[in-house]
Design a protein around this ligand. Structure first.
Ligand SMILES: Nc1nc2c(ncn2[C@@H]2O[C@H](COP(=O)(O)OP(=O)(O)OP(=O)(O)O)[C@@H](O)[C@H]2O)c(=O)[nH]1
Ligand SMILES: [Mg+2]
Ligand SMILES: [Zn+2]
Length: 288
């Protein structure tokens, strides 16, 4: 349920109190570490103090490094439009990473009470063609919350997004209780203050689990071949088969169906430019 200072908090099936467990030395030797979300077997070492030793980790259906979670099937990718300002490239990098890991993204634009006229329409234009669910929520005004709740039912979902985006505030709005600590956004830097410092798995309804996770401040490229990249953009993938050349990078090639779709508006200029930026980074980093 939680990892903190070398302890892994394990909730036995059907119980409601956790055991503070250590991971056995064998994991360290194999360079394996339990992740929040892992299904484990453990020995009770002190029943009274509720302590134990993890002896086995079950195979994971998925895992992420950032945030460090295991076995989630979808992710709420939470970004505010203002405060902190939306960074499109960071959002797209994150979506690419989830595609690569086989975890379904749900895009959540938070703090909609701070939005300006036209923001929502513009963002739907940019991200609508990806095909991911898009939600606009305000945890402060409790609007848009029900739509998110519906998408979470029966799933194990991680939240992800920059510090100060309102991840913990949304979790509280969803659970109707203050289960997660919330912080603020610095007026000076416009950045969040990293209020959530460790990852924790929370049960917010029957069979419905959410990971509260620390925010990230930047996100580096995932390791991949540059040729893989377009496959992680659903709307680019949809047109790539119609390009004149096989292996078209959708960059300077003639007869590129992707570029035509950008001109016709079926792929957004923003997403296309973010694709090119990451593509060029992957290409150049391979040079040396
Ligand atoms: N106006 C407005 N402010 C919000 C909303 N949701 C959260 N905030 C504010 O945004 C700040 C950050 O919220 P948190 O929920 O702590 O953000 P977080 O994403 O969990 O941040 P980290 O834990 O640092 O990663 C707090 O000051 C919240 O009050 C909202 O819907 N509207
Ligand atoms: Mg938080
Ligand atoms: Zn092309």
């Amino acid at each position: 349920m939680k990892a903190l200072s070398g302890f892994y908090y394990v909730l036995p099936e059907g119980e409601d109190t956790v055991y503070a467990c250590r991971a056995k030395g064998v994991f360290r030797k194999k360079n394996q570490h339990p992740l929040v979300g892992d299904l484990v077997t453990f020995d009770v070492t002190h029943e009274k103090d509720m302590e134990g030793h993890i002896t086995a980790i079950e195979e994971r259906s998925s895992s992420l490094i950032r945030p460090p979670v295991a076995n989630c099937d979808q992710a709420l990718v939470i970004f505010a439009v203002h405060t902190p300002d939306l960074n499109h490239n960071q959002l797209t990098r994150y979506l690419v990473m989830l595609e690569q890991k086989g975890i379904s993204p749900i895009i959540v634009f938070s703090k909609k009470d701070l939005n300006e006229e036209g923001d929502e329409e513009e963002l739907r234009k940019i991200y609508g063609p990806c095909g991911y669910p898009i939600c606009f929520v305000s945890s402060r005004e409790k609007s848009g919350i029900e739509e998110v709740r519906e998408l979470l039912k029966g799933h194990v979902t991680t939240v992800a997004g920059p510090s100060g985006a309102g991840k913990s505030a949304l979790i509280n709005a969803l659970s109707g209780r203050e289960v997660a600590a919330t912080g603020s956004v610095s007026e000076r830097t416009g950045r969040g203050k990293q209020t959530t410092r460790h990852t924790e798995l929370l049960c917010i309804a029957k069979d419905t689990y959410l990971f509260d996770t620390p925010g990230f401040s930047s996100i580096e490229n995932s390791q991949m071949e540059k040729e893989e990249l377009s496959g992680y953009f659903p709307e680019i993938r949809a047109f790539a088969g119609d390009c004149r050349f096989r292996g078209c990078a959708h960059d300077k090639e003639p007869g590129c169906a992707v570029k035509e779709a950008v001109i016709s508006g079926e792929i957004s200029e923003q997403r296309y430019q973010d694709y090119l930026l990451i593509y060029h980074e992957l290409r150049d980093q391979k040079k040396y």
